[in-house]
Design a protein around this ligand. Structure first.
Ligand code: ADP
Ligand code: GN1
Ligand code: MG
Length: 357
């Protein structure tokens, strides 16, 4: 049940019921049946400035709307549509102090938590690549950084090291092996940020959270319809989008699978995604971006693993958990994937070279 539901809906001039929806780790999402809308409580522990966040989303979705219209597409389906309040605001702070927004529901399309076919992942890659292209002329400097240093892996390591020394939940002694593994991989942490600082990797407008369940695929054709979850659209590296999508989608198992013998980096899935993503973006890549494509999958998986481990040590305050130890399970799973990716880097390079023009 959504707190203050009738108050919130009345602010948007609506009357309806709302039921929980989706599998995100961050916001609370509900579906409203009539009209078909999605109601979300914005997680303000994670997004400290909802006003700036919504300004980003409104400007990006307006830009995408115009772009899609010009291309003859259907903007109501191919990008998110923010529903305004009666007072023409993009969100509402209810009397419980929490922040809510409403989007049109994208219909006849779904998100997936795990890839079911190679084609599906190819289609997801095309959608993320197209998203990158559509925003290539969007003025990056006009966007707020909704989470500063979001993909600065070295800073994520600083947070992990702080979590280890604070040991707020008293769990550090039980996860020595995981801590040791994370620290042994620190050598990779600054690979992309160093290249950005040197100027060999350009900063582009990127999505930064390209999980498979952040792209809606058409129920009939299976093709990508709409990239959603735009909270982290910010200036970043294209390698973050490519690497993070592989982290989640090219795994043979779910992100929280506890039987680690089932968790490996699937080279067929890797190839499908690489083909789709490079078909869309291959012509814009710099030399250094090309070189770092395989490593970016390792980097983003490592970064996510360190974040899960830090959250476990901090007492599970960031990611939603659904069972005790859930963040630790996720961290172990990501670290298993990191090891597997590391052993496959030479093979991955060959695949990337095959699809680079
Ligand atoms: P989180 O930040 O928690 O991941 P998301 O914005 O990704 O939140 O939403 C969670 C889930 O809700 C998505 O994976 C998707 O299944 C569903 N969802 C979100 N927005 C829409 C929409 N406009 N239309 C249809 N489904 C949506
Ligand atoms: C979160 O919001 P969601 O579930 O799409 C997180 C990502 C992580 C991901 C791990 C804003 O994504 O960075 O990679 O969980 N989003 C935020 O599953 O922190
Ligand atoms: Mg999401």
């Amino acid at each position: 049940m959504v707190e203050c539901l009738s108050e919130i809906l009345s602010e948007f001039d609506l009357k309806a019921k709302a039921k929980p929806f989706g599998d995100g780790h961050i916001n609370d999402t509900y579906v409203i049946e009539s009209p078909p809308y999605v109601l979300q409580r914005i997680n303000t522990e994670v997004f400290k400035n909802p006003d700036n966040l919504m300004e980003n989303i409104v400007s990006v979705t307006r830009y995408l709307r115009d772009y899609i219209k010009k291309e003859g597409g259907d903007p109501d389906r191919e990008t998110l549509t923010v529903i305004m309040t009666k007072g023409d605001k993009s969100y509402y702070q209810a009397s419980n102090g929490k922040y809510y927004r409403i989007y049109k529901l994208i219909q006849k399309a779904k998100t997936y938590n795990q890839v079911e076919t190679l084609d599906q992942f190819y289609n997801a890659a095309k959608a993320f690549g197209k998203f990158q292209n559509m925003l290539s002329d969007f003025p990056a400097e006009s966007l707020y950084e909704t989470i500063p240093d979001f993909h600065n892996t070295s800073k994520r390591y600083d947070n992990l090291e702080k979590a280890i020394s604070d040991d707020l939940s008293g769990r550090a002694k039980d996860v020595e092996k995981e801590i040791e593994f994370a620290l042994s991989m620190k050598k990779y942490a600054s690979s992309v940020t160093d290249a950005i600082a040197e100027g060999t990797i350009p900063v582009r407008v990127t999505h930064n959270d390209t999980k498979l369940n952040n792209v809606m695929l058409d129920d009939t054709t299976g093709e990508g319809v709409c990239v959603i979850d735009l909270d982290t659209v910010m200036p970043g590296s294209l390698l973050y989008d490519y690497g993070d999508a592989l982290r989640f989608g090219a795994s043979s198992a779910a992100e929280d699978e506890t039987d680690l013998s089932k968790v490996y980096f699937d080279m067929e899935l890797f190839e499908s995604f690489t083909k789709g993503y490079l078909e869309e973006t291959g012509n814009i890549l710099t030399e250094k971006e090309r070189e770092l494509l395989p490593l970016s999958a390792l980097l983003l998986t490592l970064e996510c693993g360190t974040r899960f481990l830090a959250d476990h040590l901090n007492g599970d305050t960031y990611f939603k958990i659904h069972r005790p130890g859930h963040n630790l399970d996720r961290a172990r799973n990501q670290f298993k994937l990191v090891s597997d990716i590391e052993s496959k880097l030479p093979e991955m390079k060959k695949v990337v070279d095959k699809y680079l023009k």
